[in-house]
Design a protein around this ligand. Structure first.
Ligand SMILES: Cc1cc2nc3c(=O)[nH]c(=O)nc-3n(C[C@H](O)[C@H](O)[C@H](O)COP(=O)(O)O)c2cc1C
Length: 220
């Protein structure tokens, strides 16, 4: 049997874009990579105020299968990168089994990428409470209605679960579910990537050791 051909996307082999939006030299790099990250995130937010804080979170499952998905960075605090999710989700179980994880930001307008490797910890409950209370009502209710990552029979079943929770909380404050809250990834390695012409990109890697942060340039 002939393999199916997806001819409408043949042109992706020839898509080329020059990388000329910026450069990254050692003397431009703060000693503390979190400061450089903050500067780059601010620049990215100016270009894309809605999704510049979206990051790919990579974790590893118990059977060693890597997994990843997009989550939103909500803070840089407790010395790391904070995001919120369902602790019983696939990612929650994977983090419970192996707290090592990786984050990836891609800011296409700036031709920049940042990779962060580290260990994940629970955020203090008081922070999760504060953040949950700040979410829109529908999102709070959604956290009760959805057993994230579990199979569901159909859309209607999900909508009905949401309606049930909506009714339950129509006149009361929605409490934070115990299974929903924040994580913080404590960085050990951060790599800042800036696209350059001729594919000779800039890559500056920070690694944390006994003497603090070490910086080195990597080949592209
Ligand atoms: C732009 C974007 C932002 C997202 N932000 C979050 C988030 O902050 N927290 C979250 O749990 N899921 C978020 N999601 C959904 C996740 O990508 C994912 O579908 C969900 O967390 C279940 O992942 P899991 O089954 O691997 O645990 C986001 C998806 C997109 C596309």
């Amino acid at each position: 049997m002939k393999e199916k051909e997806f001819t409408s996307i043949n042109h992706i082999q020839t898509i080329r874009k020059d990388f000329n939006e910026g450069i990254l030299m050692e003397e431009q790099c703060e000693r503390d990579p979190m400061e450089l990250f903050e500067r780059w995130l601010c620049a990215a937010l100016e270009k894309d105020s809605h999704f510049a804080n979206a990051m790919t979170l990579c974790t590893v499952a118990e059977d060693s299968m890597p997994d990843c998905r997009t989550v939103l960075l909500r803070d840089i605090s407790y010395s790391g990168f904070t995001f919120y999710t369902n602790y019983n989700s696939a990612k929650g179980k994977q983090i419970e089994h192996n707290s090592k994880a990786c984050l990836l930001f891609f800011w296409k307008e700036l031709q920049r990428q940042v990779k962060i490797q580290g260990e994940i910890r629970f955020l203090p409950e008081v922070e999760s409470d504060k953040y949950f209370a700040s979410r829109p009502f529908e999102s709070q209710v959604g956290a009760w209605a959805s057993q994230q990552s579990k199979p569901v029979k159909d859309r209607q079943t999900l909508d009905e679960a949401f309606e049930r929770e909506l009714k339950k909380y129509s006149n009361t404050k929605v409490p934070r579910p115990e299974h929903w809250g924040g994580y913080v990834l404590l960085p050990k390695n951060l790599e800042f990537w800036q696209g350059r012409t001729g594919r000779l990109h800039d890559r500056i890697k920070y690694s944390h050791g006994e003497k603090g942060w070490k910086m080195e340039r990597l080949m592209p």
